[in-house]
Write a protein that binds this ligand. Structure first.
Ligand code: FE
Length: 196
């Protein structure tokens, strides 16, 4: 059986980042629901096939979920990240402060949105989202920016591809403790050196 060459695999990601760059060039209302639907369509095309992600960006860590930077726009208008979830791994309740579009590539993840009470306690809002390969989810000021994400599998790795409206690895954002109180500032960084 023929397999795609490494060059063709990389071209799929390059095609996506070029198309997103063009969309940003021609869009005045960046971050609008219409714009984010268009980003979701481009991302859905990228994750429709699961043969392009470099194996080095698919490696889980025994303790921590991994965030491999696949692409950072030279003007920092967007970044593309491979999130690799070991069995049962989960984020805290967190925000992004910039728009994000999530596409499920392998396995399955759960995303629960939250609202923060006046005492700082996060309260679940809406139903648990179950993301399976090919599914798209959006975080933004319009869609809700605060959520917690969990690998739905306790016995296997899950991988989702995230696109953000800025350089997410250097973006100052927040974690919301379950017990309430002040939000904690954090900057996620990336799990590996950023490709130049
Ligand atoms: Fe998130």
């Amino acid at each position: 059986m023929a397999t795609a060459s490494p060059i063709l695999k990389i071209e799929k990601l390059d095609h996506f980042t070029a198309a997103l760059g063009e969309l940003l060039d021609e869009t005045a209302e960046k971050g609008s629901p219409e714009f984010l639907n268009q980003v979701g369509s481009l991302l859905a095309e990228l994750i429709r096939e699961d043969d392009w992600l470099p194996s080095s960006s698919a490696v889980p860590h025994p303790q921590y979920y991994q965030q491999y930077c696949l692409h950072r726009d030279p003007q920092s208008r967007f970044s593309v990240v491979s999130f690799v979830w070991g069995p049962g791994q989960a984020t805290p309740v967190h925000d992004h402060t910039i728009w994000g579009v999530i596409g499920m590539l392998r396995g399955q993840e759960h995303s629960q949105r939250y609202v923060i009470g006046s005492d700082g306690v996060p309260a679940p809002e809406g139903a648990l989202e179950v993301l399976s390969p090919g599914d798209i989810s959006i975080v933004s000021a319009h869609h809700g920016d605060i959520h917690k994400v969990i690998n739905a599998h306790h016995d296997q790795v899950s991988i989702s591809i995230h696109v953000y409206g800025g350089d997410i690895g250097t973006t100052k954002r927040h974690v919301f403790p379950l017990e309430g109180g002040p939000a904690k500032d954090f900057i996620s960084g990336y799990s590996t050196p950023v490709p130049q």
